[in-house]
Ligand binder design. Structure first.
Ligand code: GAR
Length: 202
C-alpha cells in the first residue's frame, strides 16, 4: 500500500487531484500527511478539509533548499506518520541528500513541461517563450539533479497561436491532474520499475 506524504508550496491542485482519485477508487493509496514550507499555503488548507494532517515546515535559514534541522524534522514527521512514499506537488525547494537517500526511489515529482525540455523554474513560460508548438507535463523520480530523474508519465498539450501563459498553464494543469494519480497508481500496482528493479515500499 502506498502511504503518501505530499509536499507543496502553493495552491495544491495536484494534491487535490490525488486526494480525489483515492476517494473515487482510482488510486490505491492513503495520504498520511501534507507538508508545506509556506505556512498559509492553500495546499495545507485542502489537507485540513479532508482531515489529513497538515504540517508547516519552517525551512529557515535556507531560502531555496530543505536542509539541516528542517530536514531532520521532516524525516521524523514522515516516520511518525508511517510514510513510505513522497509525492512532490509544486514543492519549490531543492531536496538534499538526507531526505533523498532516506527515500531513494520512493520520491516523485511533477513538472510543467515535457522533460528533458524546460527544466527548472517556470516550465510553461519557458516553452511559450521558446515558441514550441507542443508542451505538457512530466511525472518523474527525484534524483540529485534538477528535474533529471527517470520519467514515469507524460501528457502532451498543444500550444495554440492565441495561447497566453494563463491559458497554457490551465491546459497543462488539467493534464497534470490526470498524469499524477495515474503515475501513482502504476507504482501502487507494481507496473513501474527503476533501474530495472521493482519499487520496494518499506
Ligand atoms: C504544478 O504546475 C507543478 O507542475 C509545478 O508547480 C505547480 C503546482 O501546482 N511544479 C514545478 O514547477 C516544479 N518545478 P499546484 O500547487 O496547484 O499543484
Amino acid at each position: 500500500m502506498l502511504s503518501l506524504a505530499i509536499f507543496g508550496s502553493g495552491s495544491g491542485t495536484n494534491c487535490q487531484a490525488i486526494i480525489d482519485a483515492i476517494a473515487e477508487g482510482m488510486l490505491e493509496a492513503e495520504v498520511k500527511c501534507v507538508l508545506s514550507d509556506v505556512a498559509d499555503a492553500l495546499i495545507l488548507e485542502r489537507a485540513r478539509r479532508h482531515g489529513i494532517p497538515a504540517i508547516h515546515i519552517d525551512c529557515a535559514p535556507f531560502k531555496t533548499k530543505l536542509d539541516g534541522a528542517a530536514e531532520q524534522r521532516v524525516l521524523q514527521t514522515l516516520e511518525e506518520h508511517g510514510v513510505n512514499f513522497i509525492a512532490l506537488a509544486g514543492f519549490m525547494r531543492i531536496i538534499k541528500d538526507g531526505l533523498l537517500n532516506a527515500y531513494a526511489g520512493r520520491m516523485i515529482n511533477i513538472h510543467p513541461s515535457l522533460l528533458p525540455s524546460f527544466p527548472g523554474l517556470d516550465g510553461g513560460k519557458q516553452a511559450l517563450d521558446y515558441g514550441v508548438k507542443f508542451t505538457g507535463c512530466t511525472v518523474h523520480f527525484v534524483d540529485a539533479g534538477v528535474d533529471t530523474g527517470a520519467i514515469i508519465n507524460q501528457k502532451c498539450v498543444a500550444i495554440d497561436e492565441d495561447d497566453t501563459l494563463d491559458s497554457l498553464m490551465t491546459k497543462i494543469h488539467a493534464q497534470e491532474h490526470i498524469a499524477y494519480p495515474e503515475a501513482l497508481q502504476w507504482i501502487a500496482t507494481g507496473r513501474i520499475q527503476l533501474n530495472g528493479r521493482r519499487i520496494t515500499l518499506k
